[in-house]
Design a binder for this molecule. Structure first.
Ligand SMILES: Cc1cc2nc3c(=O)[nH]c(=O)nc-3n(C[C@H](O)[C@H](O)[C@H](O)COP(=O)(O)OP(=O)(O)OC[C@H]3O[C@@H](n4cnc5c(N)ncnc54)[C@H](O)[C@@H]3O)c2cc1C
Length: 243
């Protein structure tokens, strides 16, 4: 948590704000946001307010769990074991602020309605495997519920961050691809998950081997991002899995 918050004069009252930027709105970035909003009361007791900039092309779900992907893609974790909230079983310094697990959220008519999910439809059971898209809906709901907490001002930026610089006073500045500059940041958190990687020599060799023979090689990656248009029905294909 920043130690040197700024005083901003706004009319009659002046307020001290701490500014944090979280880059990445996957489960890690959102969990951090949950903890920041849970602990913002401590900051307030010291006379400061918290503003968090959440930067991701998909604020809420992030890229991996985007809610508009194919319903055929499933999580490999069962719904009752997935949550963005804390309970008394967590050993930590911050306050416990309970919230629903993915299973409890999906089974609750109220939270289902808030997320535009069809009423009366059974969600996945406690031991069921949810779709990745459903987890994305949950993450989007979590973000909205953190905004509703009202303990911190949350500003979402649906864009990629492209540059991080130090400022002369020790704070930091983030530039977004749309030209927005977020300056005067007391802390910047990089919660970017799996970043794109260059193909290994072996993968590059397979790609060029396939290309030379009029075949298609799909390198490892998120299946939701794979372009499968080149595979015609009935065409012989081969799938290799590496750990
Ligand atoms: C295809 C796939 C399937 C998976 N399935 C499972 C599963 O079933 N169960 C499981 O437990 N785990 C699974 N995982 C592991 C998964 O990585 C973690 O569950 C979890 O998503 C990690 O959370 P994270 O927040 O660290 O990263 P991510 O969820 O990857 O989120 C990182 C976010 O940062 C954003 N970002 C990156 N760079 C920038 C930038 N410069 N500016 C702005 N935003 C940026 C990305 O767009 C992304 O939204 C899967 C991973 C992948 C890739």
């Amino acid at each position: 948590m920043p130690t040197d918050a700024r005083r901003r004069d706004g009319g009659e009252r002046s307020e001290v704000w701490s500014e944090v930027c979280v880059i990445g709105s996957g489960p890690r970035g959102l969990s951090l946001l949950e903890r920041l909003t849970a602990s913002a009361g401590r900051l307030r007791a010291r006379g400061a307010r918290l503003r968090v900039h959440l930067v991701d092309p998909r604020p809420g779900s992030g890229h991996v769990w985007r809610s508009d992907q194919s319903e055929q893609l499933l999580m490999n974790t069962v719904t009752s074991q997935v949550t963005l909230f804390t309970d008394d079983s967590v050993r930590m310094e911050g306050p416990v602020v309970p919230g629903p697990s993915l299973h409890a959220w999906a089974a609750d008519p109220h939270t289902r309605a808030q997320s535009g999910l069809p009423a009366g439809e059974a969600g996945p059971g406690a031991d069921g495997y949810p779709t990745r898209a459903l987890f994305g809906r949950y993450l989007e709901w979590v973000l909205r519920s953190l905004v509703r907490r009202g303990t911190a001002e949350i500003v979402t930026h649906a864009a990629r961050a492209v540059r991080l610089d130090d400022e002369p006073d020790g704070r930091q500045r983030v530039r977004l691809e749309n030209g927005t500059v977020l300056g005067g940041l007391d802390a910047v958190v990089l919660a970017q998950g799996h970043l794109p990687v260059s193909p290994t020599p072996g993968e590059a060799a397979l790609t060029s081997f396939a290309r030379d023979r009029g075949l298609l090689h799909l390198p490892p990656g998120n299946p939701a991002d794979a372009v499968l248009d080149g595979i015609e029905p009935g065409r012989t294909s081969c799938c290799a899995v590496s750990a």
